[in-house]
Design a protein around this ligand. Structure first.
Ligand code: HEM
Length: 210
């Protein structure tokens, strides 16, 4: 009965225990760190965090795979993404990147089709996490993409999040103090160098590291 508020409260909590996971980039890991200015970028931008060499801005980064769901492996053949939050004096600034410099599509209309092809079937939870499977090849064969060659390269099985390059992919526009604008790209270079596992290692890690 609706008047049984104890039951209704309990069922309300019960029904809300599980939040549906996000469709892409569901599985991630985070790290705190800092961004350090090596050379002033005042010529390009008036953004405070880029002005003074040596100045550090705290950041938090969330790294993720794209296709796998909760509990999926860390070593699938997949793109790695990362979302950087810069805690600047002017407020928080968010910037995303991928570890591959181009993207599968340019038209957002195709995004659900791309993701339906690469992700596991919603009712079967299979194929899981990776991108080298028949459903994805069906889509890729009809919509060939430059990124496919990158996704099938060693970049898609990085050794760790500390050993991959990062790319803002989009072209951004920065504006300096005198109002002059410049187009820029953001690239991240790993201090440890670019390193990947080999496919057999990836498979072994997936089996052992559960
Ligand atoms: C047509 C192009 C694209 C579309 C439609 C798209 C769409 C999406 C969607 C719907 C999400 C999930 C958001 C959520 O559940 O909260 C997402 C997450 C994400 N995307 Fe894209 N995306 C596109 C291109 C890109 C590109 C080019 C990059 C890399 C620069 C990128 C990097 C990411 C990252 C890193 C996340 C996870 C962010 C986080 O950890 O919070 N995406 N994208």
């Amino acid at each position: 009965m609706l008047e049984d508020f104890v039951l209704r409260e309990k069922i309300f909590h019960f029904d809300h225990e599980r939040i549906p996971e996000r469709i892409v980039h569901a599985r991630g890991s985070g790290a705190h760190g800092f961004f350090e200015v090596y050379e002033s970028l005042a010529e390009l931008t008036k953004a405070d965090l880029f002005q003074r060499p040596g100045e550090k801005t705290p950041v938090f980064v969330r790294f993720s795979t794209v296709a796998g769901g909760a509990g999926s492996v860390d070593t699938p053949r997949d793109v790695r993404g990362f979302a950087v939050k810069f805690y600047t004096k002017e407020g928080n600034w968010d910037l995303v990147g991928n570890n591959i410099p181009v993207f599968f599509i340019q038209d957002a209309m195709k995004f659900p089709d791309l993701v339906h092809a690469v992700k596991m079937e919603a009712d079967r939870a299979y194929p899981q996490a990776g991108s080298a499977h028949d459903t994805f090849w069906d889509w890729a064969s009809l919509m060939p993409a430059h990124m496919l060659t990158w996704a099938m390269s060693d970049r898609a099985i990085p050794r760790s999040f500390r050993m991959m390059e990062g790319f803002g992919v989009h072209t951004f526009r920065l504006i300096n103090a005198s109002g002059k604008s410049s187009f820029v790209k953001f690239h991240w270079k790993p201090k440890l160098g670019l390193q990947s596992v080999v496919w057999d290692e990836a498979l072994k890690l997936q089996a052992a590291d559960k």
